[in-house]
Design a protein. Structure first.
Length: 95
């Protein structure tokens, strides 16, 4: 392999790793993980990326935790407003 071919292969590998890390960074960012850039870069390290991929697949995502929290808060608000309306209706019936 001559110098030009080896440079082409080297730059090709570097380009693929940069794109790979960028794509993982976007995925971790959308999943609302902390430090998505670092995690995207770690996904370029061969033994670590398999372990991190398995953890990522089976762990509860932060965005799901946030959605669950917001759902619980909205359910609580609806319950309180229904209780308040029920009390107002009972007060009107008493008069």
């Amino acid at each position: 392999m001559n110098k030009i071919e080896s440079d082409f292969v080297y730059y090709g590998i570097v380009f693929v790793l940069i794109v790979w890390g960028f794509l993982w960074w976007k995925i971790f960012n959308k999943a609302r993980y902390r430090y998505p850039l670092f995690m995207g870069l770690v996904m370029c390290v061969p033994p670590v990326n398999i372990f991190l991929f398995i953890v990522f697949a089976f762990q509860n995502w932060p965005i799901k935790k946030q959605i669950k929290k917001l759902q619980n808060e909205s359910i609580e608000k609806v319950r309180l407003s229904l209780e308040k309306k029920g009390k107002e209706t009972n007060d009107k019936k008493r008069i």
